[in-house]
Design a protein around this ligand. Structure first.
Ligand SMILES: Nc1ncnc2c1ncn2[C@@H]1O[C@H](COP(=O)(O)OP(=O)(O)O)[C@@H](O)[C@H]1O
Ligand SMILES: CC(=O)N[C@@H](CCC(=O)OP(=O)(O)O)C(=O)O
Length: 256
């Protein structure tokens, strides 16, 4: 069996049709002999929950500044609302999901990335055994991007970086599914192949920015770790999910 790590952005959680299509895709991948592992974001939900609790939030270079007092709400949104919603939707279509965070099973080691960003975590791969066991039982791990450091502090990890660390941990191919069809150029056209040189120039000119800059950098780190291309595509378009199953080229291939 071959493992595949798939990450979905939080906007998926607002789209019931998108969730059904995604889990149908995972079932078909299982039938083709793949063992998928799902990593998810939930940035939209985090914003809704912080605002419902009278809190404001900002991002710095695509990463959410996370003061300690906001961490319980962030963890509640990602590991609570988002994770359980995906687990329930996966279960509904007959998959056997197991909801996890990055803090479970010694999967990763986490530490504060930069004190200026508050409780934002940076993570390194640690022990794959928990995931290997779940996969050998035919289960679908669904992992939120909440981690805990050695001092027991919960940390908020960008979900693309969380997916990269799980890809490094399992040495498995990685697909990052967003709400856009891939990395777009200055005219809004899809870039089928993104080399490090092209990425560098598009970041420099501001064409790739915000969440996509973090995503491309996470994809490049994963591509280097597995010495293979990483796919950035969309959960929104059925033809892209079909391409994923059939192994056709869709979205943007990010080169190491
Ligand atoms: N060059 C680009 N190509 C595509 N999207 C871009 C680009 N530059 C910035 N973006 C923004 O990045 C977003 C995707 O990043 P993000 O919101 O973090 O996605 P997700 O939540 O799916 O991980 C797009 O919706 C778009 O607004
Ligand atoms: C540190 C940091 O930025 N954490 C992210 C975690 C969720 C995430 O990445 O969600 P998407 O994949 O939907 O963008 C956040 O708080 O939004």
């Amino acid at each position: 069996m071959k493992t595949m790590v798939i990450k979905v952005g939080g906007a998926l959680l607002e789209c019931d049709k998108g969730m059904v299509r995604l889990f149908d895709t995972l079932i078909q991948l299982q039938h083709k002999g793949w063992q998928p592992v799902l990593v998810h974001g939930g940035g939209v939900l985090v914003e809704q929950q912080l605002s419902a609790n009278g809190m404001t939030t900002t991002k710095h270079q695509g990463l959410r500044v996370t003061p300690e007092e906001q961490m319980p709400i962030v963890a509640g949104a990602l590991a609570g609302i988002a994770n359980t919603k995906l687990v329930a939707a996966a279960k509904q279509v007959g998959l056997v999901p197991v909801g996890l965070t990055l803090a479970d099973g010694n999967l990763v080691q986490a530490q504060v990335q930069d004190p200026e960003l508050g409780c934002v975590g940076q993570v390194t791969a640690n022990q794959p055994q928990l995931l290997q066991q779940l996969l050998s039982l035919g289960m679908l791990p669904i992992i939120s991007s909440v981690a805990a450091d050695a001092q027991g502090q919960l940390l908020n990890v960008n979900a693309d970086q969380a997916a990269t660390v799980i890809c490094q941990l399992l040495k498995a191919p990685l697909t990052l599914l967003s709400d856009v069809s891939g990395v777009l150029d200055g005219k809004g056209q899809l870039i089928p192949e993104l080399t490090p040189e092209l990425a560098q120039s598009l970041v420099k000119s501001g064409v790739i920015d915000g969440g996509m800059k973090v995503k491309v950098e996470a994809a490049q780190a994963a591509a280097r770790a597995i010495d293979n291309r990483v796919l950035v595509a969309s959960w929104r378009y059925p033809e892209q999910l079909a391409g994923l199953i059939e192994g056709h080229s869709v979205g943007t291939q990010v080169y190491p």
